[in-house]
Design a protein around this ligand. Structure first.
Ligand code: ATP
Ligand code: MG
Length: 292
């Protein structure tokens, strides 16, 4: 299958020819299939935000190419414009970018830029508000009257309203309480289920991403150093720790149980897996006739 989005050896150097020159990403090869859920992880400063801003053309690579559906996004003005709408980017703390008089107008900002009709804009806004669970009554209030979690959801709705085929979110749950985090992750899932969009989530939460992602990409020093399924990536716990990263808490528990001589599998990364494993061990002990 053709990847929907692909990068070929992209590098990005900030502040070229100044004392602040800095290679932020280097020779990054990446691809994602339609409908895939990708997690991007890495220590602070490893290049994650720089990388994702190339995928919709917001940053231009110093070298290398970005392909959308097989075509260089800089091949023509039309391609560069199109990719802005097809690849939706939600920044970290997007609620600080709400600025219109009403929530409706804020969510409508993207679709309006796309040149859609008023009827279509209205439909898009209501659909996007539905995905993030904002009731109609909230559309007419000022974004500043929303709660923190609602503001975040309104900002995400503004990107979803463009119906992007690739939805990228930079630390979408940062700063939210557990309930708020679950809501946002649920909103992303709802959008994905109904559109088969490709999802990229940059995160520091290994526990969250282990549950949702099909594939993980690990950045270190501006390069992708590990990629694969969560199972394959979290098996390399020692390497991750050397990069200053953690493994999911439940993986940590499984590894400690193994160190203590309990024969659980090393590749556990969700609570459900650990529960199943422990339950089957208990059943085996009972079945073996031990009076535990
Ligand atoms: N606008 C900029 N000008 C100069 N250097 C920058 C700029 N933005 C980022 N950098 C540098 O590029 C490197 C990569 O930064 P980036 O923000 O992409 O990392 P990150 O992985 O997103 O980090 P975090 O987890 O803290 O968000 C860092 O060394 C950073 O200081
Ligand atoms: Mg960042």
């Amino acid at each position: 299958m053709n990847p929907i989005i692909k990068t070929e050896k992209i590098s990005h150097v900030y502040s070229v020819d100044t004392p602040f020159e800095r290679v932020a990403i280097k020779d990054v090869d990446f691809e994602a299939e339609r409908g895939e859920y990708i997690g991007v992880i890495g220590h602070t400063g490893s290049g994650k935000s720089t990388f994702i801003q190339h995928l919709n053309g917001l940053l231009v690579p110093s070298s290398g190419r970005v392909l959308y559906d097989g075509n260089d996004i800089r091949a023509s003005k039309a391609a560069t414009r199109d990719v802005r709408f097809k690849v939706g980017l939600v920044f970290q703390y997007p609620e600080y970018q709400l600025f219109e008089e009403t929530v409706f107008k804020d969510i409508a900002f993207g679709p309006r830029n796309m040149g859609l009709s008023e009827t279509e804009i209205d439909a898009r806004v209501r659909e996007a508000a539905g995905f993030v669970g904002l009731p109609d009554a909230k559309l007419e209030v000022s974004p500043f009257d929303l709660s923190g979690g609602e503001k975040r959801r309104a900002a995400i709705a503004g990107v979803i309203a463009m119906r992007p085929e690739v939805l990228i979110l930079d630390e979408p749950t940062a700063g939210l309480d557990p309930h708020g985090r679950d809501e946002i992750l649920g909103n992303i899932d709802a959008y994905r289920r109904s559109t088969n969009a490709t999802i990229l989530v940059v995160t520091h939460s290994m526990d969250e991403i282990a549950k949702s992602a099909d594939r993980l990409f690990v950045f270190s020093g501006g390069e992708i150093v590990i990629s694969g399924t969560p199972r394959a990536v979290f098996l390399r716990g020692d390497e991750l720790r050397q990069m200053g990263l953690a493994v999911p808490k439940v993986t940590e528990i499984a590894h400690r149980l193994r160190d203590a001589g309990v024969a659980v599998s090393a590749d556990i990364y969700t609570i459900e897996q650990l529960a199943t494993e422990l339950a089957s061990m208990r059943a085996a002990i009972r079945g073996g006739g031990t009076n535990a």
